[in-house]
Write a protein that binds this ligand. Structure first.
Ligand code: SAM
Length: 568
């Protein structure tokens, strides 16, 4: 039987899976340019359907991970080591996300792969933006909205929110792909009562979706309840593509996964997820996971304290998180939201005098100083944080070095004075400084930089790593990025120390640590590369991984010579 490969459209497709299965949804030929969902179950590759996935779906019991009792979750059915791929699955459905209209360049987003369309190419049938012919022919756009847009003369300026196209795709599954429609309906929606209080964003999206479906697309067959239902399902289960800014490939997609939607949240996750450009979710073990353990990923940003994290989880996922980090006043000894007490001389002198919440799970809890036992309301705490935010917001200046100095000044003003040195606002600022320093180093090499600059860079990175080891342990993008920074800093330091022109300025103690630094450089590069290699092709993280994979034979030679000279 000869069937065109559904991805590359080539009869002679050599993809291994295709040869085995003849009907396959994707081959590897277009990876990176195409994004294929699982719609059209007749086209699902048998390998995808029957693949044995080492996780089980289980109802959660009270006190296990969830404060609400009737949710489902995924549990490991075998042991996993750090970095193991737990499972991989195609999206049930995907589409452009709300934030796609917010990109800085004001470029349209491709309705096929959700990256920015840099050319004037438009779909020849409906006039909507797609990258090129391949994206135009891609199943989703051509299969779902394109005929409707073409026959109703829908124009791009009628799209109030791009995510309404994703909602439309879901609704169209009802007639076009009943199997996946029922799978979608089985996913969790937030409870009726929480929806009434849900964020104004969610309500605005529902209003836009109703106008778009009923008026713009003239599709009366979907009543209010059905549109609301689907909007709520996407609201709770949609994953955003998490490509970083400045990436060559920045996708603005929302993806819904059948199994991935069952992943529970924890503020100290044991698993890590990536969405590859092929619309596949990949879930990796961030730390070793034992058979029977619940698989947990993190739904929030990293640099948020408990109060803000729990507010986000409540507003966007209608969940009240009570994980070990949220329940701990010190956030597992990281002091991530601790406020420094300055009440009296003792407190001023003691690094340990900090205000911590008396009841960490209560957002209105009072906060108590660990030394003088003074008690304050949350108003006081938020005013202290607001003062730092205000200082940060006043920083101007685009020149990276100038900005680094200003960020350092604000962090220095509050570090250990109004906030604990590990407070998330300080760490977030330090992370910002590190990213800028990395760029400066990359651009200037060491030509114009002082060695103190590199030493400070490494010091900040080590501090960030210490906290990440606790709140975001193991195999994940954040650690990968920070390891990239560390190997970069170590390489520059080694180059500096082994440069004969600088050797006179490096003291003997510091020279003796050279071998250790070199060994650390090798192991950090190895681990960073290992982590970041799972990131999507074209993403900034993948570029960092490639950079780490470049050999450093030149530097190694210099180092060996220097050490041989020192031995003499
Ligand atoms: C993407 S779904 C996860 C699967 C869902 N439990 C189910 O049964 O389909 C997200 C929802 O799961 C629940 N959830 C996930 N993690 C939770 C946690 N750590 N504590 C409480 N609820 C959680 C919340 O209701 C949240 O809105």
């Amino acid at each position: 039987m000869h069937v065109d490969c559904c991805s590359c459209n080539r009869i002679d497709c050599e993809d291994e899976n295709r040869k085995e299965n003849h009907l396959i949804l994707t081959c590897n030929n277009n990876i990176g340019s195409n994004d294929r969902d699982n719609f059209g179950s007749s086209l699902i590759s048998p390998a995808t359907q029957n693949e044995e996935i080492p996780v089980q779906i289980r109802s959660t019991t009270e006190g296990e991970i969830m404060s609400n009792t009737n949710g489902r979750c995924l549990v490991a059915s075998k042991n996993f080591d750090k970095g193991d791929l737990i499972f991989r699955e195609h999206a049930l459905i995907s589409g452009p996300s709300s934030c796609s209209s917010l990109n800085e360049d004001g470029l349209p987003v491709c309705l096929s792969c959700y990256s920015l369309v840099q050319t004037r190419y438009r779909c020849r049938r409906c006039g909507f933006p797609v990258c090129n012919y391949t994206c135009e022919q891609d199943g989703k756009h051509a299969f779902f909205e394109c005929p409707i847009f073409a026959s109703n003369g829908v124009s791009t300026d009628q799209i109030l929110d791009p995510e309404t196209i994703t909602i439309l795709r879901c609704l169209l599954l009802r007639d076009k792909d009943t199997k996946n429609w029922f799978k979608l309906l089985e996913l969790q929606q937030e409870a009726e009562e929480s929806h009434h209080q849900s964020s104004s964003n969610a309500m605005a999206l529902l209003c836009d979706a109703l106008t778009f479906i009923h008026q713009t697309c003239d599709l009366d067959q979907f009543d209010f309840d059905t549109v609301e239902n689907i909007t709520r399902i996407i609201d709770v289960n949609g994953f955003g593509s998490e490509d970083r800014q400045r990436a060559l490939l920045y996708r603005y997609g929302t993806y819904v996964f059948e199994r991935g939607s069952l992943l529970a949240h924890s503020c100290i996750p044991n698993a890590y997820r990536v969405i590859n450009p092929n619309s596949q979710l990949e879930v990796y073990a961030a730390v070793p996971i034992k058979a029977g353990e619940v698989i947990k990923t993190v739904y929030t940003e990293t640099f948020l304290g408990t109060v803000e994290r729990r507010k986000f989880l409540h507003d966007f996922f209608y969940l009240s998180c009570s994980c070990s980090r949220c329940s701990s006043a010190t956030e597992c000894d990281t002091f991530f939201q601790a406020i420094k007490c300055q009440n009296d001389e003792n407190c001023q002198k003691s690094t340990e005098a900090v205000y911590l919440p008396i009841q960490p799970l209560d957002p209105n809890s009072e906060w108590k100083c660990t030394l003088c036992k003074d008690v304050k309301g949350y108003d006081f705490i938020s005013a202290m944080e607001e003062a730092v935010r205000s200082d940060l917001s006043q920083i101007d200046g685009d020149r990276s070095m100038d900005r680094v100095l200003k960020l350092e000044a604000v962090a220095g003003k509050h570090r250990g004075v109004s906030l604990h040195p590990n407070h998330f606002l300080i760490l977030r600022t330090e992370y910002d400084i590190v990213q800028r320093m990395s760029f400066i180093l990359y651009r200037n090499r060491l030509i114009r930089m002082q060695v103190e600059f590199v030493l400070r860079y490494i010091e900040l990175i080590r501090k960030i790593l210490q906290v990440l080891n606790i709140i975001l342990p193991g195999f994940n993008r954040h650690r990968g990025r920070v390891l990239y920074f560390l190997q970069q800093g170590l390489m520059y330091l080694i180059q500096y120390k082994t440069n004969p022109n600088n050797k006179k300025r490096v003291d003997s103690k510091s020279l003796s640590t050279l071998t250790e630094e070199y060994e650390e450089f090798l192991s950090v590069s190895e681990e960073g590369k290992w982590i970041l290699m799972v990131e999507p092709e074209g993403s900034e993280e993948r570029l960092l991984a490639n950079e780490m994979a470049t050999d450093h034979n030149g530097e190694i030679e210099i180092l060996k010579k220097t050490m041989a000279r020192d031995d003499r």
